[in-house]
Design a protein around this ligand. Structure first.
Ligand code: NAD
Length: 286
């Protein structure tokens, strides 16, 4: 079976096509998101994983809403998203219920529907990475889990009626191997990722009958604002390069492509799943 991947320029958007030749018959699979809408939470700057996913969603034709956390990040996110025609930019700290509700209310009035939700939000207080995990404070635990895991629950609940209006939807959240392995210095963020992955499965079960899929992407290390706050991050990059089957680190674009796939109809039979984009690192015994 021969296979080619084509990108066809259709005005503003890029239509991704996969052509498979099966005994002379051509079958075409497309990722054409024109008429679809998405909410992307977690863009801080051009290195953010959320931005890598958003760029591909936009190129495939989706209209996007973005949220930023606080005035500090507003101008950098605004600079990135303002060239994207028809996009919305809204403030949202996921600790603030009123802001969360306002985001979905605005999307309802502006878009009238929601097809995709990208959750790419995480935070743990700096000191929680700096000392042994057994010193994790009650407050640090609460904050880390509330921002990095719990936030997917209200966001999915608020997205639900808008996705029902769209006839179904797809939600993705970003996770990491520390959800299931002991990763030195990752500490309480590993606990948060374990909770996030359970939340993904539980939501996938409950939202499945509404034709809403919920999946996670477990990414290998990528140099971002948050990642650089993890002590020894550069060492982690070297370990991956040495031990991963592909003998290299992943790229932002590779996570973006996995996001585009999971959100699109090409992944229509996949829900409650964690897809690893880590150059195969997680399969290794040592
Ligand atoms: P990033 O710093 O670019 O993104 C993190 C985002 O979380 C920022 O936009 C920040 O504003 C947002 N955020 C933090 N607290 C918030 C709050 N209270 N309300 C709203 N937003 C808040 O870093 P990133 O690496 O792109 O992180 C995105 C996701 O990817 C995170 O879930 C992270 O854990 C996950 N991840 C990252 C890596 C990596 O190596 N970079 C690997 C695996 C998973």
């Amino acid at each position: 079976m021969g296979q080619d991947r084509l990108a066809i320029l259709t005005g503003q958007s890029v239509k991704f096509l996969t052509v498979c030749n099966e005994g002379g018959r051509a079958r075409v699979y497309s990722i054409d998101l024109r008429g679809k809408t998405g909410l992307v939470a977690g863009v801080a700057n051009k290195r953010s994983i959320a931005w890598a996913i958003a760029q591909l969603l936009h190129k495939a034709g989706a209209r996007l809403a973005f949220t930023y956390q606080g005035e500090r990040l507003k101008s950098s996110v605004e600079e990135l998203v303002s060239p994207l025609q028809g996009s919305l930019l809204l403030p949202c700290d996921v600790l603030d219920n009123a802001q969360l509700e306002m985001v979905f209310h605005t999307i309802d009035s502006e878009f009238g529907r929601l097809d995709y939700l990208v959750h790419s939000v995480a935070f743990a207080p700096h000191e929680e990475f700096e000392r042994e995990f057994y010193y994790t404070s009650r407050e640090g635990f609460r904050t880390s889990l509330e921002i990095s895991a719990y936030s997917l629950v209200p966001m999915s609940r608020l997205a639900m009626p808008l996705m029902e209006k769209a006839g179904g939807g797809s939600i993705i959240a970003m996770t990491y191997l520390a959800a299931e392995r002991a990763v030195p210095t990752y500490n309480v963020m590993g606990t948060a990722k374990a909770a996030l992955e359970q939340i993904i499965r539980q939501l996938a079960y409950e939202l499945g009958p509404k034709k809403i899929r919920v999946n996670g992407i477990s990414a290998g290390p990528l140099s971002t604002l948050s990642a650089r706050g993890v002590p020894g991050f550069t060492d982690i990059l070297h370990v991956y390069e040495e031990r991963a089957p592909l003998k290299r680190n992943i790229t932002h674009e590779e996570v973006g492509k996995a996001g585009l796939f999971l959100l699109s109809d090409l992944a229509s039979g996949i829900t409650g799943e964690i897809i690893y984009v880590d150059a195969g690192f997680h399969i290794m015994g040592f």
